[in-house]
Design a protein around this ligand. Sequence first.
Ligand code: FES
Length: 105
Amino acid sequence: ITVTVIDREGNRTEGVDWKSHESLMEALTRHKYPILATCGGNASCSTCHSYLDPASFAKSGEIGDEEEDLLDMLDDTRHETSRLSCQVEWAEDLDGAEVTIAPEW
Ligand code: FES
């Protein structure tokens, strides 16, 4: 599937491919977006914080307890459609999603 990515400078790129074995974070880092992913995708660093468009957010699966706790600590930058991208699994339904990389904290 492909997604549209908006980076921290506001540059918008369509057609960014996301392979089925990757989390969203893995797809973004493979495309060299500046996501540190210090924890390696374990929902414990929050450097992979991103926003989804509302329709895709609704299809992006449940937010687990660890993710919820971490997002909670981001009060300034957390939006309604915030996700830790390492916790967003590939799904056919997310084709065409718009992903905005959240500011560095
Ligand atoms: Fe650390 Fe997602 S990579 S929370």
